[in-house]
Design a protein around this ligand. Structure first.
Ligand SMILES: [Mg+2]
Length: 449
C-alpha cells in the first residue's frame, strides 16, 4: 500500500518587504510598503504597515500622509532583488523533502511523504532560511495540500496575531501531530474564506448557506457539494477531510498571477527543446494577459527534474526577471523567458517540467504613456503586431501563428529576445533599493566606524 502523503508549504512572510529589510536593517520594526511599477500602489506591506490599516493595493497618494504621521517607509518594487532572493529561498527549502513544487515567488510545496521528524526538519529549514538569507518564513504541514496551506495560515496568524491560534503553532504548524479533536477545533476557528481554492464569490455563497468556517465546509456531503457548487469545491471538501486529491502537479494557479506550466511527455535534456517549450508557454501566457487587458511587471521561469524519478539527479531552479516598463508583448515576454532559461539551464539533467509565471499584473493603459507623453519607440508597432497575432490566432486556432523560436529548429534569438537598453526615464522608480545580489556596482557597502 502507498504511504499516506505528507505535504509542507513553505511561505515567505511579507516577502518583498522582508527582502528589503535584509539589506537595510534600519527598516526593521518600521512600517514599510513596496510600491508597484511607477510607484502607483502598495503591493506588499510589513506587519507594522498592516497594523496602520494600509490595505493591499492602496494607492500611494491615499497613504502618503502616513510618511509624516507614522514614519511609513515606501520603496519602489525591486524585482531583480526579489527574484534572486526567491531563487535562494527555493534552493534552501528544497532540502526539506524529496520533491518541490514552486507555487509562487515566495511559496513552494515540499513532498515529505515517508520522511520521519517532519516538524523538526521544518524548524531546521526555517532557521536555515532565517540565518543564511535573513528571510522569515512559516511552514505548514498536513496530509493534503489544502491542509498544508491551512496549517501555514495558522502558523502565520499565530505569530502575527497573538490569540488567533495557540502560540505553540506559530512559525511551524504540523496538523499531523494533532488529535482529530484539536484539528476540528482549529478548522472551526478558521473562516471559510481562508480555505485554499475558496474564492470571494464561493465564500459568499457558502456563507449564505450557513457554511461559516473551514469545519462547516469539511462536514458538507461531497456529493451535495458537487451538485450544488462544483467538482473543484468537492475536491476541496475531501482534501479538508484528509484525503489527498490534488497531486504534486495540479495546483490551481495562484491569485494575481498567470501561470502556464506543463510536465513533459518524456524527460527533456537539450536546451533547444526547453527553448521551444518556454516559447510556447510564454506565448500562451502573453495571450492570456492581453485577453484580460493586463500587463506584467515581472516574469518567473522555472525548470525542474521529476520528483518521482529518484534515479535522476535532482535539479529545480527558478528565476524572476523584471519587465521595465510592464509589458503584454509576446516578443518581450518570450525574450525575457528565454534569457532566464539561459541562466537556469544546466546540461546533464533530465528535465520533467517547466513553466512561465507572470507576476505583478497591472491593468489599464501603461502609465509611462500617460506620464511622459511619448511612448517608448516601437510600442505602437508592437501593439499592432500583437493585435494581428491575436486576431489570426483567434480565427485560425491558438497555434496558427508562433514565434520562430517555438519550434522548427533555429536556436537564433528572435528580434525580441535581446534585453532592451536600460532607459531610466521609462519607469518611475524613485524609491528603488539597490540590486544588491545581482549587480556588481550595487553591492552592499559597509563602512567601518
Ligand atoms: Mg508569502
Amino acid at each position: 500500500m502507498a504511504l499516506p502523503s505528507t505535504f509542507a508549504l513553505v511561505d515567505g512572510n511579507n516577502f518583498y518587504a522582508s527582502c528589503e529589510r535584509v539589506f537595510e536593517p534600519r527598516l526593521r520594526g518600521r512600517p514599510l510598503v513596496v510600491l508597484s511599477n511607477n510607484d502607483g500602489c502598495a503591493i506588499a506591506r510589513s506587519d507594522e504597515a498592516k497594523a496602520l490599516g494600509v490595505a493591499m493595493g492602496a494607492p500611494w497618494f491615499r497613504i502618503r500622509h502616513l510618511e509624516q504621521q507614522a514614519g511609513l517607509v515606501a520603496l519602489s518594487a525591486n524585482f531583480a532583488l526579489y527574484g534572486d532572493m526567491s531563487q535562494r529561498l527555493m534552493e534552501v527549502a528544497a532540502e526539506l523533502g524529496h520533491g518541490q513544487e514552486i507555487y509562487s515567488i515566495d511559496e513552494c510545496f515540499i513532498d515529505l511523504t515517508g520522511l520521519p521528524e517532519a516538524s523538526a526538519r521544518a524548524r531546521q529549514t526555517r532557521e536555515r532560511i532565517q540565518r543564511w538569507l535573513g528571510l522569515p518564513t512559516c511552514i505548514g504541514i498536513g496530509p493534503t495540500k489544502t491542509l498544508a496551506k491551512l496549517a501555514n495560515h495558522i502558523a502565520k496568524s499565530a505569530e502575527r496575531k497573538p490569540g488567533s491560534y495557540p502560540a505553540r503553532l506559530a512559525q511551524v504548524c504540523n496538523l499531523l501531530e494533532l488529535t482529530a479533536r484539536q484539528r476540528d477545533w482549529l478548522l472551526q476557528r478558521t473562516p471559510v474564506a481562508e480555505v485554499w481554492g475558496v474564492g470571494p464569490r464561493s465564500a459568499a455563497q457558502l456563507q449564505a448557506h450557513g457554511v461559516q468556517t473551514a469545519l462547516d465546509l469539511q462536514r458538507l456531503e461531497p456529493a451535495l457539494v458537487r451538485q450544488r457548487w462544483s467538482v473543484v469545491l468537492e475536491r476541496t471538501v475531501r482534501e479538508l477531510g484528509g484525503l489527498a486529491c490534488i497531486g504534486f502537479e495540479q495546483a490551481p494557479a495562484p491569485k494575481q498571477q498567470i501561470a502556464v506550466t506543463r510536465s513533459f511527455g518524456q524527460p527533456v535534456t537539450e536546451l533547444d527543446d526547453l527553448r521551444q517549450a518556454l516559447t510556447h508557454f510564454g506565448s500562451r501566457a502573453a495571450a492570456k494577459l492581453r485577453q484580460q487587458g493586463s500587463r506584467a511587471g515581472a516574469l518567473l521561469v522555472f525548470i525542474r527534474t521529476s520528483p518521482f524519478r529518484p534515479q535522476d539527479a535532482p535539479y529545480a531552479r527558478s528565476l524572476v526577471l523584471p519587465l521595465n516598463p510592464p509589458s503584454d508583448d509576446t516578443l518581450r515576454l518570450v525574450g525575457t523567458a528565454l534569457q532566464a532559461l539561459q541562466a537556469l539551464y544546466r546540461p546533464g539533467y533530465r528535465y520533467a517540467k517547466a513553466g512561465v509565471l507572470l507576476l505583478d499584473l497591472q491593468s489599464g493603459q501603461p502609465q509611462a504613456e500617460l506620464d511622459w507623453g511619448a511612448p517608448p519607440a516601437g510600442s505602437g508597432r508592437s501593439q499592432r503586431l500583437m493585435q494581428a497575432l491575436d486576431a489570426v490566432n483567434d480565427r485560425f486556432g491558438a497555434q496558427a501563428l508562433w514565434l520562430g523560436s517555438a519550434g522548427g529548429g533555429g536556436g537564433a534569438p528572435t528580434a525580441g529576445c535581446t534585453e532592451p537598453a536600460v532607459r531610466p526615464w521609462q519607469m518611475r522608480q524613485q524609491r528603488r533599493s539597490p540590486r544588491y545580489t545581482t549587480r556588481w556596482d550595487e553591492l552592499l557597502q559597509v563602512h567601518a566606524g
